[in-house]
Design a protein around this ligand. Structure first.
Ligand code: S3P
Length: 165
């Protein structure tokens, strides 16, 4: 499973990783959007963040028995301790990490992340990372810094780690 903040490169690295491992790539945000028939922005606006978090928790149960999949998770999936427990039982947890400036450069124009639809995006990124940073790092089996490595390099590092496991 891939965990990490918005803009950490989960999608790009995850797709490459799945290809290298001959596995199938899935993304929890994509599945939730399809199931709800709405974008993440619309879900946050119409149903609120708490409902979205409930959808994430329910989805984990649906995905629990999947094998041979690379599962990329939304940046907030690790916020609920119950989610983390489930995720740990589902497989190796790989944290993709990027420093706040890199995250900002990657997400600033997208407009697809409701939590960052604010005036002071940089400040908001730092604020959320301060809370989540220790959680991401505590639950990860492996950490890869995508500010320093390309998706190709990052996915290669993950493959190497999994082979040594
Ligand atoms: C969120 C991250 C997003 C998405 C939602 C909330 C978060 O996913 O789930 O906007 O709380 O960090 P990505 O990390 O794939 O952008």
């Amino acid at each position: 499973m891939l965990i990490g903040f918005m803009g950490a490169g989960k999608t790009e690295t995850g797709k490459l990783l799945a290809k290298k491992l001959k596995m199938t790539y899935v993304d929890t945000d994509d599945i939730i959007e399809k199931e709800q028939g709405m974008t993440i922005n619309e879900i946050f606006a119409k149903k609120g963040e708490e409902s979205f978090r409930d959808m994430e928790t329910e989805l984990l149960d649906e995905l629990a028995d999947l094998e041979n999949h690379v599962i990329s998770t939304g940046g907030g999936m690790i916020l609920r301790p119950g989610n983390v427990k489930k995720m740990k039982s589902m497989g190796i947890m790989v944290l993709l990490w990027a420093d706040p400036d890199t995250v900002y450069e990657r997400v600033k124009r997208a407009g697809t992340r409701p939590l960052l639809n604010v005036e002071d995006q940089k400040g908001k990124i730092r604020e959320i990372l301060e809370v989540r940073g220790p959680i991401y790092k505590a639950v990860a089996d492996l950490e890869v810094d995508t500010s320093r490595f390309s998706p190709e390099e990052a996915s290669g590092k993950i493959v190497k780690f999994l082979k040594e496991e």
